[in-house]
Design a protein around this ligand. Structure first.
Ligand SMILES: Cc1ncc(COP(=O)(O)O)c(C=O)c1O
Length: 396
């Protein structure tokens, strides 16, 4: 089946956080303005319709007319195993899979289960803001191994600093984001091996948030850290269908834990978690029949990213941006305009009426950046960039 991702599907009045979340979004201080002309491109959720086999599976579930407590059938586990084997050459055993109703929820539970008050947790800013929140709200301490960027906006890991932080006495955990949100880096085998070696040497547990792992540019590949490491004894991987198939509202995360002791500790803290029949049938449908859609989607996202880079080079040449290796996120550096981050914000959010995410939310390393999520119909992305470019014309 051929999908038309240019189609604009009206999401207003569907309980969409992006499109119906006006007051909430204002409260989160993302913007002062939110009206019927706002283009919201801040959150990692797509404005694109999902694979048809998923729609069909959900219709079938609705048509049954009873939505009681549900169990995970073998088909659920087999679909996960099949997907990771086929897409990432990763053999996962059924027993190693633990369902959680969300990734941030699972991270929060895992931080509580494996660390204690005052323990240090390494993260690599700029990074997805809830990482900081799950550490600090539980009374643990952030050890920031900031990523380093070169003059082309390519990010890499400061391994000397990473090792120093891993050696600190109370450092117990490292939360890896790979593919990395917001920089779009997809760490290579050598980088992943180095990280695992340092963690192993220093008794540091690894949580790997790999939920963007299916959204990779066509000229790149993704290696799960569990495949790069010599042992998975100290690795817990967080996977999900939510980013890949645009089903964040169905709350379906699967945590992969090979070490039985770690798994027991985690499941004890998590408690018994049941999923809805919609979530179960969705996962089975997308992992068994969603590949064709995903390939078309990836091609579409690649095309949109190429368009963005060309547009910015021509119309906003002071914005530094590169096509990321993975994710559907673009990380734009506005520092060359020589205006304050507040003014950049005002021109984009209040004047152009486009809502992005201020880079400062990802750590102080992001002060001059804006993050945009681009998995929306290309005409919508073009309109958003046209509006933004107009507001910066006087500074070119
Ligand atoms: C790296 C990363 N982890 C977790 C999440 C959120 O996942 P969930 O909705 O399953 O909690 C996001 C959403 O943007 C993300 O980018």
């Amino acid at each position: 089946m051929k999908y038309n991702f240019d189609e604009i599907v009206n999401r207003r009045n569907t309980y969409s956080m992006k499109w119906d979340g006006g007051e909430l979004i204002k409260k989160m201080r993302l913007t002062e303005r939110y009206d019927e002309n706002t283009i919201p491109l801040f959150t990692a959720d797509m404005d694109l319709p999902v694979p048809q086999p998923l729609v069909d599976a959900l219709h079938k579930t609705v048509d049954h007319r009873i939505f009681g407590y549900s169990v995970f059938p073998n088909d659920y586990y087999e679909a996960i195993q099949h997907w990771f084997k086929k897409r990432h050459d990763w053999d996962i055993k059924k027993d190693e899979i633990v369902y959680s109703p969300g990734t941030v929820h699972a991270l929060n539970v895992a931080v509580k289960a494996f660390t204690k008050q005052g323990d240090g947790v390494i993260i690599q800013r700029p990074v997805y803001p809830p990482f900081t929140r799950v550490i600090e709200s539980n009374g643990r301490q952030v050890r920031n191994n900031a990523l380093i960027t070169d003059e082309n906006g390519y990010y890499s890991i400061d391994f000397a600093d990473f090792e120093a932080k891993a050696k600190e006495e109370n450092t117990k955990l490292f939360i890896l984001c790979n593919p990395q949100n917001p920089t779009g880096r997809v760490f290579n085998r050598e980088e992943l091996q180095k990280l695992t070696e340092i963690c192993d040497r220093n008794g540091v547990l690894i949580f790997a948030d790999e939920i963007h792992g299916d959204l990779i540019r066509s000229n790149h590949s993704f290696i799960p850290i569990a495949k790069a490491a010599s042992s998975t004894e100290h690795i817990i991987t967080f996977t999900a269908i939510n980013k890949t198939f645009n089903v964040a509202g169905l709350h379906c995360t699967n945590v992969i834990i090979t070490n039985p002791e770690l798994r027991k500790t985690f499941t004890n803290e998590l408690g018994m978690q049941l999923a809805s029949p919609f979530t179960i049938s969705a996962l089975i449908a997308v992992y068994n029949h969603g590949e064709d859609w995903l390939e078309q989607l990836k091609e579409y996202i690649d095309g949109t990213m190429e368009w963005v880079v060309e547009f910015l080079a021509e119309r906003m040449p002071k914005v530094k941006v590169r096509i990321p290796e993975g994710t559907y996120i673009m990380w734009m550096d506005f520092s060359s305009y020589g205006i304050s981050p507040k003014e950049v914000h005002d021109r984009i959010y209040n004047k152009a009426n486009v809502i992005l995410e201020d880079g400062i939310m990802f750590g102080e390393e992001g002060l001059h950046y804006q993050r945009i999520c681009i998995p929306s119909p290309r005409p919508m992305i073009k309109e958003a960039f046209e509006r933004i470019a107009k507001e910066f014309e006087d500074l070119n």
